[in-house]
Design a protein around this ligand. Structure first.
Ligand code: F6R
Length: 614
């Protein structure tokens, strides 16, 4: 949430900052702003409510010179999205500018203390408190910017990634982090910083991930220096990025979401590559092999995640319990962290996160580690905070996901969870080899099966025009596909703003059936499985009450076609693999309805991709 960019070097900073903000816009788009130290040592600061393109319009024909600067795209937490609350924020004297991602929890106390010292505040943000505090310390202690930042951070409770510039030290950018991500890019006589590596990849592949409680001192013409908030010198671990610019572009698709839906044959191929043998059924996950004793002796597994990743976790529970007979619990990370959970060193905690930066999931991991559990991560973003905080893990390797609604990350997570269940079963010898071989065979075929399923696009686009303007939707599924129903409903509501609920199909008669009428369409996920007959009766119950039904069925299923209003036929796959295939038409349905409604599917209102605040 909120994206930060910074630059110091020999090029005009403005272009680099704006391009970087576009890359980070998925993190928030309530307002945007830039500040550059101009060639005359003055501060050029421009900020406005709205998206980065609004900022660009606002900056047109303004003085944009300077080759040092910071920039920000905001997801509002404290204070409404308006021009004044947009970052960068200025200090009282107007000489310091600061951008911030995170939340300062004790900002009220700090603000009152600063007001008593005569500081005047312009915005409603917690961030302005920090820049005022830094200046106050700098003036009162007559110290350098770095000393003032270090002292100020000691006073702060909360999460932050910040970048600060000061016209009195025009060749310096100071950056710091605690619980919010920050990456520094090392170029030739130039340094970049950003909330993730995407704004940096155009210029260099050498990056340093800042750790919690570290402060980076970036000075023109000097090597990067990192100290801790306790003023100890910190190690600089330069890593090489494995990210290409083409992965960050739409590649001819109208939206990132559609591109990412269509990428799934390739992303799933990348996800299983090297993990499933070309023939035979062995599943090889190095994270499991290296810690086989943990998986052999685990008494229980607890999965923690949020949103779509939590839905993948529900599927993971079913998969792992079936394959390994280890009891699995699934918790919302946000609830887990405050529930005084019972966790023991015999437990394994699996944290699932696409971004690897979700604040609640990160806090849940920390709690689990304090209680002695072994923590295994299922992440997408390489080098992310969660990937680094876990004891071991498996990357889903689906490449950058930029559309705010998660699509390819969900199918990647489910695919990794299928492999994880098989890998643990191999160690515990809880599943016949032939069965593992059968599932492994389907995993190898998944890319082709997804490709076949994507051919449904035109049919689903047509279907979407029938349902564009409904106000409510119900999604029903059973077994492995009950979480698919939750995920389908989440996809629709977050990008089309149509209220949608997911339910276990058999639960419908315990309440939601009261909602059924001609105005309420129901998506029923009904592939041919052992509960097929039961779900047919659920469909009949809906039809008897005048509701319309879109049924996702296995190819060739004529029994449902006779009663449903519309059927979407997917390839025949075993139950445990079906959530991957089922999710494709549900993603497409949500996408086309949202596009027809004129919604911005890549940047839905109020949302941000990486939820780094509570
Ligand atoms: C929905 C969506 C969110 C995320 C959730 C967790 O499409 O993307 O619900 O799944 O915010 O994010 P990660 O997986 O990055 O921890």
């Amino acid at each position: 949430m909120c994206g930060i960019v910074g630059y110091i070097g020999h090029r005009p900073a403005y272009e680099i900052l704006i391009k970087g903000l576009h890359r980070l816009e998925y993190r928030g788009y309530d307002s945007a702003g830039v500040a550059m130290v101009g060639d005359k040592g003055d501060l050029n600061i421009y900020k406005t409510r709205g998206k980065v393109e609004d900022l660009e319009r606002f900056c047109h024909a303004k003085d944009l010179d300077g080759n040092i600067g910071i920039a920000h795209t905001r997801w509002a937490t404290h204070g409404e999205p308006n021009d004044v609350n947009a970052h960068p924020h200025l200090s009282h004297s107007g000489k310091l500018a600061l951008v911030h991602n995170g939340t300062i929890e004790n900002y009220n106390i700090l603000k009152e203390a600063l007001e008593q010292q005569g500081c005047k505040f312009k915005s409603d943000t917690d961030t302005e408190v920090l820049v005022q505090l830094i200046e106050y310390i700098k003036t009162t202690n007559n110290c350098t910017l770095i000393e003032a930042v270090r002292e100020a951070l000691k006073e702060v409770i909360g999460a932050y990634a910040i970048a600060v510039i000061d016209t009195n030290e025009p060749d310096t950018v100071i950056a710091a982090r605690k619980s919010s991500p920050l990456v520094i890019g090392i170029g030739e006589d130039e340094t970049f910083l950003a909330s993730d590596a995407t704004p940096i990849v155009d210029y260099t592949d050498k990056v340093v991930y800042l750790n919690d409680d570290e402060i980076a001192i970036i000075r023109r013409g000097e090597p990067l220096k990192i100290i801790t908030t306790d003023n100890e010198s910190a190690e600089i671990d330069i890593q090489t990025l494995k990210l290409s610019v083409s992965q960050l572009e739409k590649g001819g698709f109208p939206h990132f979401m559609l591109k990412e839906i269509y990428e799934q044959p390739r992303t799933i191929r990348d996800c299983v590559r090297g993990r499933i043998g070309n023939s035979g059924g062995k599943v090889t996950l190095s994270g499991v092999i290296e810690h086989s004793d943990k998986f052999l002796n685990a008494k229980r597994i607890i999965i923690v995640a949020c949103g779509t990743s939590w839905h993948a976790g529900l599927i993971g529970k079913r998969l792992i319990e079936e394959a390994t007979r280890i009891p699995v619990e699934v918790a919302y990370a946000s609830e887990f962290r405050y529930s005084n959970p019972i966790v023991t060193p015999d437990d394994i905690v699996i944290a699932i996160s696409q971004s690897g930066e979700t604040a609640d999931t990160l806090a849940a991991i920390q709690l689990a580690k304090e209680k002695g559990a072994f923590v295994y991560g299922v992440c997408n973003v390489v080098g992310s905070s969660i990937a680094r905080a876990t004891d071991s893990g498996t990357y889903i390797h689906v490449g950058p996901e930029i559309g705010v609604a998660s699509t390819k990350a969900f199918t990647g997570q489910v695919t990794v969870l299928i492999m994880l269940a098989m890998a643990i079963a191999q160690i515990r010898k809880t599943m016949p080899k032939e069965e593992i071989t059968k599932v492994a065979g389907y995993l190898r075929r998944l890319p082709d099966l997804i490709k076949q399923t994507l051919k449904l696009n035109d049919k689903i686009e047509h279907l979407s025009s029938i349902y564009t303007y409904v106000h409510n939707f119900l999604y029903l599924g059973r077994g492995y596909n009950y979480p698919s129903a939750l995920e389908g409903a989440l996809k629709l509501k977050e990008i089309s703003y149509i209220h949608a609920e997911g339910y276990p199909a058999a639960e419908m008669k315990h309440g939601p059936i009261a909602l059924i009428d001609r105005e309420l369409p129901t998506v029923v996920i009904a592939p041919t499985d052992e509960l097929h007959e039961k779900i047919i009766s659920n469909i009949q119950q809906i039809k008897a009450r005048g509701g319309s039904v879109i049924a996702v069925v296995t190819k060739g299923d004529t029994s449902i076609a006779e009663i449903a209003d519309h059927t979407i036929e997917i390839p025949d796959v075993p139950e445990c693999v079906s959530p991957v295939i089922v999710s494709i038409p549900l993603q497409l349905l949500a996408y086309h309805i949202a596009v027809k409604k004129g919604c911005n599917v890549d940047m839905p209102r109020n949302l941000a991709k990486s939820v780094t605040v509570e």
